[in-house]
Design a protein around this ligand. Structure first.
Ligand code: S6P
Ligand code: ZN
Length: 182
């Protein structure tokens, strides 16, 4: 089968489920909770969307999705995905499509960061929780391909963090320890 992606419209054809994550969906994830609450009250903006292909998320299938993270910061922290762990530890690949972002990975002990630009393949090894971050001023989009039986655990990141956080600093970025006071 072939699947057509319309980058301008952000649609896949044929399409599977599309997910829209607003600021209110990212409860407990930004370090500065007061800024997060203000952003929720002040229009609850869309932070990212995920469009999926029709390939089902079941064992032995190989689903794909395209995530687009809008540019922005909350309390100085770049806009990002919730982040998750795959409970059935399996690898995953990302391909940068547009904009500038990064792939943050954490195995419970060590942290890794991969700069993601159009054409970059980021590899997530089995057992590494992962989050994507838009560090640019344009939307950041990437394609994800992952085993359909991997599952998604979002509570793991709430409990264990992701090792580091990514902050805007001057014109660039800075990393701080995930649970550090800011
Ligand atoms: C799925 C893959 C991505 C993310 C998407 C949104 O395994 O890693 O498609 O689901 O980038 O992130 P999150 O953390 O909200 O699922
Ligand atoms: Zn994943």
């Amino acid at each position: 089968m072939s699947i057509r992606f319309d980058q301008a419209a952000g649609t896949l054809s044929p399409a599977g489920p599309t997910l829209t994550r607003r600021m209110s969906d990212l409860e407990g994830l930004f370090r500065d909770q007061n800024s997060w609450r203000t952003a929720v009250a002040d229009g609850d903006p869309i932070v990212y969307s995920v469009v999926s292909s029709p390939v089902p998320e079941i064992d032995r299938e190989l689903p794909q999705s395209i995530t687009t993270i809008h540019p922005g910061t909350t309390g100085g922290e770049f806009w990002m995905t919730k982040g998750h762990q795959h409970p059935n530890h399996q690898g995953e690949i990302y391909l940068g499509m547009s904009g500038n972002g990064g792939l943050l990975m954490f195995d419970g002990k060590d942290t890794r960061w991969v700069d993601m630009a159009p054409g970059t393949i980021g590899y997530i090894p089995p057992g590494w929780a992962h989050r994507s971050v838009n560090v640019g001023s344009e939307p950041y989009s990437f394609l994800a391909v992952y085993p359909g039986g991997a599952g998604h655990d979002y509570s793991w990141v709430l409990e264990n963090g992701l090792g580091q956080r990514v902050w805007r600093q001057d014109d660039g970025l800075a990393f701080v320890d995930y649970f550090a006071e800011v």
